[in-house]
Design a protein around this ligand. Structure first.
Ligand SMILES: Cc1cc2nc3c(=O)[nH]c(=O)nc-3n(C[C@H](O)[C@H](O)[C@H](O)COP(=O)(O)OP(=O)(O)OC[C@H]3O[C@@H](n4cnc5c(N)ncnc54)[C@H](O)[C@@H]3O)c2cc1C
Length: 399
C-alpha cells in the first residue's frame, strides 16, 4: 500500500492535539472524562486566576464535586463511593491536569487519591463510617502528613513521635509542606510509635482532626507555583488522640505509605499527561495565529519539529501511565512501572512546558498567560511524591 494514501490511523492526533482513548477505556470512563471536562470548563477555568490570587480554592468546589460523585471513586459504595479503581483515578487526574491549574488539581487529588484512600485501605468499619461519608461528599477535606522539616525523601527518617498513655496516643513533632494543610479537616499523620525499631519499622498512621488541642498550623507556606493550593507547616504539641484513631496496624505505617504512593504516582503521571497535552494545545493555537517572517510561526519548520518532538514525549508519558493503570486495575504489581512514570512524566512535562513557553516568546514570560503559570506549577512534580532521583533508585532496585 502506498503510505501516502493510507487511511488516517485512529491513533492520529486531531488538529487540537487531543489524543485518542487508550485501550481499556470503557463507556463509563469516557462519560467520566466528559463530566470532569465539563466541570473544569464551568467551575474551574473562569475562577482559577482569582483562586491563585487568594491562595486557596473555595470549600464549595469540594462540595460540588462531591455532589457529582467525583470524590468517592476510590471508596466503597456503602460509604457513598463508587469504587472504580485506578483507571478512573487516572482519567480524573488527567482531566484535572488539563485544567492548567496545578494547585487546584493537587488539592483535589491529595483529597481523593493520596490521603483518604488510607482510610479505605487500612481503616476499620467504625473509622470508615465516621470519616468517609463527609470526605466523599466534600464536606471535610483530607490531607496526608508524612514529610517533616528533617525528613522528606527519606520517609523512614521521620521523627514525629506518638506515645501511648492509657487509652490515648500523644503526638509530638512537626510536618512540612503539607497540601490542604491550612484549610483541611482530617489529617492522616505518620508518627514513630516504636522508638526502639530502626528505620521503616516502628512507624504508625493516625487520624488527627483539625481543632484537636495542640495541633496547629505554624505557617502557611508561600510557593513558587501551585498558588491556589494551601501548603502548611504543622506543629504537634502534646496532641492527644484516642486509641481508636490509630489507622491500620501499629508499627506498619511505612508499608501503608508506600502502598498508597503507588496510586499517587499513577495520578501524578496522569496529571503530567493532562498538563502536557494542554500546554501543547495552547501553543498550537498560539503559533498558528502568531505572524512572523511573512507567515505564521507554524510555517517555520523549527516550530513544527519542536512541537512534534514534545507531542511524542507527552504521548509516551500518557501511554506509560495508562498501561500501568490498566495493569493495576487487573491486580498486577506495578511498583516498578509507577516509579518509572514518576521519574519520566514530570521530567517530560518540565521540558514540554518550557519548550511551549519558548514558542510563546515574550508573551509566555508574562504573568497572566496560562503557559507562564504552567511552567511554575510543573516544577514541583519532579520533587513532590518522590524526587526523580529517588524514583530512579526505586526502578533500579527492581531491575
Ligand atoms: C508544594 C508541595 C506540596 C507537598 N505536599 C505534601 C503533602 O501533602 N504531604 C507530604 O507528606 N509531603 C508533601 N510534600 C513533600 C514532598 O513529598 C517532599 O518535598 C519530597 O518528598 C522531597 O523531600 P524534601 O523536600 O525533604 O527533599 P530532600 O529529601 O531533602 O531531597 C532534596 C533533593 O535531594 C535529592 N535526593 C534526595 N534523595 C536522593 C537519593 N536517594 N538519591 C539521589 N538524590 C536524592 C533530590 O534531588 C531531592 O529533590 C510537598 C512538597 C511540596 C513542595
Amino acid at each position: 500500500m502506498n503510505i501516502a494514501s493510507a487511511p488516517a490511523s485512529q491513533a492520529a492526533f486531531d488538529p487540537n492535539f487531543h489524543l485518542s482513548d487508550p485501550v481499556g477505556m470503557t463507556e463509563e470512563l469516557r462519560m467520566l472524562r466528559e463530566q470532569v471536562r465539563r466541570f473544569v470548563e464551568k467551575e474551574v477555568l473562569p475562577f482559577g486566576e482569582a483562586w491563585e490570587e487568594e491562595g486557596k480554592i473555595p470549600r464549595e468546589i469540594f462540595v460540588k464535586m462531591g455532589e457529582l460523585g467525583l470524590l468517592g471513586m476510590r471508596h466503597e459504595e456503602e460509604y457513598g463511593g463508587t469504587n472504580m479503581g485506578p483507571l478512573a483515578s487516572v482519567v480524573f487526574a488527567e482531566e484535572l491536569g488539563r485544567s492548567s491549574f496545578g494547585g487546584f488539581s493537587s488539592s483535589v487529588l491529595v483529597h481523593t487519591d493520596m490521603s483518604s484512600p488510607h482510610i479505605t485501605k487500612s481503616g476499620n468499619d467504625e473509622q470508615k463510617a465516621r470519616y468517609l461519608p463527609d470526605i466523599i461528599a466534600g464536606k471535610k477535606v483530607c490531607a496526608v502528613a508524612v514529610t517533616e522539616p528533617w525528613a522528606g525523601s527519606d520517609v523512614a527518617g521521620l521523627r514525629t513521635k506518638a506515645v501511648r498513655y492509657g487509652d490515648d496516643w500523644v503526638i509530638n513533632g512537626a510536618k512540612m509542606f503539607i497540601t490542604n494543610g491550612v484549610y483541611g479537616d482530617i489529617f492522616i499523620v505518620a508518627a514513630r510509635t516504636d522508638p526502639g525499631a530502626k528505620g521503616s519499622r516502628g512507624i504508625s498512621l493516625f487520624i488527627v482532626e483539625s481543632g484537636t488541642p495542640g495541633f496547629s498550623v505554624a505557617r502557611k507556606l508561600d510557593k513558587h507555583g501551585w498558588l491556589c493550593s494551601d501548603t502548611a507547616e504543622l506543629v504537634f504539641e502534646d496532641v492527644r488522640v484516642p486509641a481508636e484513631n490509630l489507622l491500620g496496624v501499629e508499627n506498619r505505617g511505612f508499608y501503608a505509605i508506600m502502598n498508597t504512593f503507588e496510586n499517587e504516582r499513577l495520578c501524578i503521571g496522569a496529571m503530567c499527561a493532562g498538563e502536557s497535552q494542554k500546554a501543547i494545545e495552547l501553543t498550537l493555537d498560539y503559533v498558528r495565529t502568531r505572524t512572523a517572517f511573512g507567515g505564521t510561526l507554524w510555517n517555520l519548520q523549527a516550530t513544527r519539529q519542536k512541537l512534534a518532538e514534545l507531542a511524542g514525549k507527552a504521548a509516551a508519558a500518557r501511554a506509560l501511565t495508562y498501561h500501568a493503570a490498566t495493569q493495576a486495575q487487573e491486580g498486577i504489581d506495578v511498583s516498578r512501572d509507577v516509579s518509572m512514570i514518576k521519574a519520566y512524566a514530570p521530567e517530560a512535562l518540565h521540558e514540554i512546558v518550557h519548550g511551549c513557553l519558548q514558542l510563546h516568546g515574550g508573551t509566555g514570560y508574562m504573568r497572566g498567560t496560562p503557559i507562564e503559570r504552567m511552567v511554575r506549577d510543573a516544577r514541583i512534580l519532579m520533587i513532590g511524591g518522590g524526587a526523580t532521583e529517588v524514583m530512579y533508585e526505586e526502578v533500579a532496585k527492581r531491575m
